[in-house]
Design a protein around this ligand. Structure first.
Ligand code: ADP
Length: 550
């Protein structure tokens, strides 16, 4: 027997309609690529989204057509999120930090018909335009005064956002269609092989949004003032553009200005109480604060510093607590998982623990959220126990987890039970906390045992002189691989190899200690802000550990 409830499709457009109807004046503040700050609100973002939808209709964009963006976080990008998906087209957020040839590959592979771009990317667009075989219209997201020169794009195919969008009607009836229809497309950075497209649907996005906002997940509500540093071109900015609309939160969008000073200023002037970004961004914020000891970050009133994309180091948890009075919290997921799978919140029973004990729990990536099923398996695919000790590859299943890649790239991914392989290796403890040991390809195999690069990096970053650290496995004739620690010191700080090894000796098992420590000015980062182990391994390919007899 079927239930008798209304069969209403889950549509992304319903989020912006809700925000405009019930939180019209809740602010959306953007620092634009042009340099100034623009104050808007959900009512205006809704109007702008409708103008986008009308503009796409004028360009002949039909349901399912892909529309690309090369853009930073701003209210214009937000209007595209709702306008493109809401009209039935597919919002394709392209990561501008990828190499030029990867960007043109992605845009051609997605067969994007329109490309919206921030003026920061004018020369990139100019350079790539001749290779973009499917893009018919280019829209520079700015006003007439700031219109860039874009040689390579014929004048009749280059439009100015303010003129083109501005002259459209703000009236538009959002269409209703199958909730399983594609809503947005995001390519993974593809450390190996070509980037692969993850194609989200209205239904997957709506279910992810409902769950991500929950108290035990990101805890987003109408009192939230969220600084969204995670880029809107990366896994839908962790879904926060949708969650913020769903609850009418104030949204603060930093544009391209991600340096410590700009981020701090924005937090202060806008009264930010939650922030979301990868750890690298918070490291830049810390470096700025190191140079300005007169600033007391307590003045911000920041409650939660949300991180993801890479492990949250203990030193960061401690610093947010001590200097900001804020709770650092991590989530784990990936582009293929929308991205939220687990989140590092404490349980009520942990409240009585000391700060140090709580921090140890926050070091774990977190507990699964309802809707995501998790399993860890051994090499033969057998499920491993949740005892906090056994580790294996993590597989996930749920309505916002990818079933495969766009156009079938990469082949069938799911196992017989319908789980998706994440390529991450983890333990899960009896309370359900998942703790990442490593990415399968980064784990260091020493004498038949595994050394977790994440744990070692974490311990190294606990040394006061260390700003950033990365550990890679180097070939070793006896042990197969041994860890090499590569360190960036804080500005003005000093530490020797032996001091760092001594520090680690108090934190990790003896056989985990790196065979050597190298100091560098900077670590290479991927397009999504993680340390690029691939490039690091490449850079030290010819380096020989001192423990290797010559
Ligand atoms: P990329 O294109 O850089 O792979 P993703 O966002 O899809 O971008 O990356 C997902 C990966 O990032 C995960 O598979 C995991 O290895 C890593 N990751 C995500 N969150 C965390 C976290 N909290 N701690 C450690 N690693 C994380």
């Amino acid at each position: 027997m079927l239930g008798l409830m209304q069969d209403r499709p889950l549509m992304i457009s319903s989020l912006i309609e809700y925000a405009a109807a019930f939180h019209p004046d809740a602010e959306v503040v953007s620092r634009l690529p042009e340099g100034h700050i623009r104050r808007s609100n959900w009512r205006e973002v809704n109007e702008r989204s409708k103008q986008v939808a009308n503009a796409l209709a004028e360009l002949g964009i039909e349901e399912g057509d892909r529309v690309a963006t090369l853009a930073w976080n701003s209210d214009r990008h937000l209007a595209l999120y709702f306008g493109v998906s809401g009209s039935g087209a597919v919002m394709h957020t392209v990561n501008p930090r990828l190499f030029g040839h990867q960007i043109s590959y992605i845009i051609n592979h997605a067969e994007d018909r329109v490309l919206f771009f921030d003026i920061t990317f004018a020369s990139l667009v100019s350079q790539l335009a001749p290779e973009l075989s499917t893009v018919r219209t280019f829209v520079a997201m700015t006003d007439r005064e700031h219109m860039p020169e874009v040689p390579g794009v014929p004048e009749d195919r280059l439009l100015c956002w303010d003129e083109f969008i501005g002259r459209q009607s703000t009236h538009y009836d959002w269409p209703e269609f199958d909730e399983l229809s594609a809503s947005s497309l995001c390519y993974t950075s593809g450390t190996t092989g070509n980037p692969k497209g993850v194609l989200y649907s209205h239904r997957s996005t709506m279910l992810h949004t409902l769950m991500a906002a929950a108290r035990d997940a990101n805890d987003v509500h109408s009192g939230s003032v969220i600084l969204l540093v995670v880029p809107m071109f990366h896994a839908n900015a962790w879904g926060t553009p949708y969650t913020a609309a769903m609850v009418g939160a104030k949204l603060v969008l930093p544009g391209p200005h991600l340096d410590g000073e700009s981020v701090y200023e924005l937090m202060k002037t806008e009264g930010v109480n939650q922030s979301q970004g990868v750890p690298t961004v918070w490291m830049m914020l810390f470096a700025y604060l190191d140079e300005h000891p007169e600033i007391d970050p307590h003045e911000l009133g920041l409650r939660v510093a949300g991180t993801g994309g890479a492990a949250l180091p203990l030193s960061m948890i401690e610093r947010f607590d001590r200097d900001f009075g804020a709770d650092a919290m991590q989530g784990w997921g990936m582009t293929e998982t929308s991205p939220l799978c687990v989140i590092g919140r404490l349980l009520p029973k942990h409240e009585r623990l000391s700060d140090a004990e709580k921090a140890q729990i926050k070091l774990k990536q977190g507990r699964g959220i309802c809707g995501v099923e998790l399993k860890i398996v051994d090499d033969e695919g057998n499920r491993l126990p949740w005892d906090g000790k056994a580790f294996g590859e993590v597989w996930v299943r749920g309505p916002w987890i990818a079933s495969g890649y766009f156009k079938g790239e990469g082949g069938d991914k799911l196992d017989a039970e319908g789980f998706f392989p994440t390529g991450d290796v983890a333990t899960i403890d009896p309370d359900g906390y998942l703790q990442l040991v490593d990415r399968a390809k980064d784990v260091i195999k020493s004498g038949g045992e595994w050394v977790s690069s994440i744990d070692l990096e974490n311990a190294a970053m606990g040394h006061p002189a260390v700003a950033e650290a990365a550990v890679i496995g180097m070939p070793h004739p006896k042990w197969q691989e041994r860890p090499l620690l590569v360190v960036v010191l804080r500005n003005g700080a000093d530490a020797t190899r032996d001091e760092l090894i001594d520090h680690l000796a108090g934190e990790v098992a003896k056989w985990w200690l790196p065979d050597d420590v190298l100091f560098v000015d900077e670590l290479p980062h991927t397009a999504t802000g993680k340390v690029s182990k691939l490039q690091l391994r490449e850079r030290f390919r010819d380096y020989q550990l001192p423990t290797v007899a010559t």
